[in-house]
Write a protein that binds this ligand. Structure first.
Ligand SMILES: Cc1cc2nc3c(=O)[nH]c(=O)nc-3n(C[C@H](O)[C@H](O)[C@H](O)COP(=O)(O)O)c2cc1C
Length: 351
């Protein structure tokens, strides 16, 4: 269906953590590289696509967020902004930086971004946080773009199938990054990957890709044994040199700090998994936050100051629960190892 040699997807990373180099390394090795483009302008997506096309002739995936804002009218009240400032004041004081201005109103970028996707025609267009309109899906079909939508519950998988989406990414609770629920509250969508894959396979005919907690061949073989058609591997590729993560981010994921991850809203306003730190511990998820993505804008100067001052306990390092088993830091080596281990597992099962 995809024209790829191995059932291995490299999970796309939003927030400018993807790179054309990583996408090309994975696609050239026979998997499906993925680029997370939801924070890019349409022009930037065109440029990234050119970079990818220059580096690989193989199929690849570009990823967007269907719902990319929770802010009513794109903004928040002064009162809410003051409340959030008061709550986060100690961190701004400690890093000795002023509060940013109230974030400018945010307007969804999805519609404009998707127009570029339709023009540049990646083999796969994957998306999270919702389902694109019937018109967009029809345009994808006409252009031969395969669609892949993320589900965190069985209901979401059924909704994706009913909309005619080609592939369902079963996104388990273990995964690094945001929890992309779109039908019920994220807090009601905490199913792990292996349960989710089985629930979806019982009721849905669309091919399922298992995502979350898979970082080696045993994980891929296990997911496929449970009925997944492929596995999407994220955190294991994020620590590779080719990703756009800061070197300290990659080092933290490979250190003992990776033993404890958590789901926090503190950095963006939506629940996402990363390494537990002082701010995630002290704020909890009932703290006052700005709606996504205004909270990200609010926190960005604090994050930069914390990085500059090497206050690592205030920087959120995105990553999944599987990080402590990671070994490879070169994408081609990781691919080779995933392919060999998966094949070895299946040979052992047959023997
Ligand atoms: C830093 C980070 C950013 C991510 N951003 C996105 C994104 O923008 N869109 C998306 O579909 N998935 C995103 N993901 C999820 C991955 O594509 C993948 O599904 C997930 O990492 C798989 O779980 P694992 O981390 O346990 O391997 C992100 C994951 C991480 C770690």
């Amino acid at each position: 269906m995809l024209g790829i040699e191995y059932p291995i997807f490299q999970g796309p990373f939003g927030g400018r953590l993807s790179s054309a180099e990583l996408v090309a390394a994975v696609s050239n090795a026979g998997g499906l590289g993925g680029y997370g483009a939801y924070t890019l302008t349409p022009q930037e997506i065109i440029e990234v696509d050119q970079e990818i096309k220059a580096a690989t002739a193989k199929p690849y995936n570009i990823n967007l967020w269907v719902s990319d804002t929770d802010a009513t009218n794109g903004t928040v009240t002064e009162a809410r902004y003051e409340e959030v400032k008061a709550f986060f004041r100690p961190y701004f004081e400690e890093t000795n930086i002023p509060f940013p201005e109230k974030p400018a109103p945010f307007k969804s970028r999805f519609e404009n971004q998707v127009e570029v996707i339709l023009d540049v025609r990646p083999k796969v267009f994957s998306f999270v946080f919702g389902i694109p309109s019937a018109d967009i899906l029809e345009q994808c079909r006409k252009r031969g773009i395969i669609t892949a939508g993320a589900a965190t519950t069985l209901d979401e998988a059924i909704a994706l199938e009913n909309a005619g989406i080609d592939l369902i990414i079963a996104s388990g609770f273990e995964a690094g990054g945001h929890r992309p629920s779109f039908l019920s509250a994220t807090e009601l969508s905490f199913t792990g990957t292996f349960v989710l894959v089985q629930l979806i396979r019982e009721k849905v005919k669309t091919p399922v890709i298992a995502a979350g907690g898979i970082a080696n061949g045993k994980g891929i073989a296990a997911a496929m044994t449970l009925g997944a058609s492929a596995a999407q591997v994220g955190t294991a590729f994020l620590v590779c040199d080719e990703s756009n993560a800061l070197p300290v981010h990659r080092q933290m994921l490979l250190s003992d700090a990776a033993k404890y991850t958590t789901l926090s809203k503190a950095y963006t306003g939506r629940l996402g998994r990363g390494l537990a730190n002082r701010i995630t511990r002290e704020t909890g998820n009932e703290a006052p936050y700005l709606p996504f993505p205004l909270q990200s804008t609010f926190m960005s100067s604090l994050r930069s100051a914390a990085v500059q001052q090497q206050k690592w306990d205030m920087v959120y390092f995105w990553g999944g629960q599987i990080a402590p088993v990671l070994k490879h830091t070169k994408a081609s080596k990781l691919m080779q190892s995933l392919i060999e281990e998966t094949s070895a597992c299946f040979s052992e099962l047959k023997a």
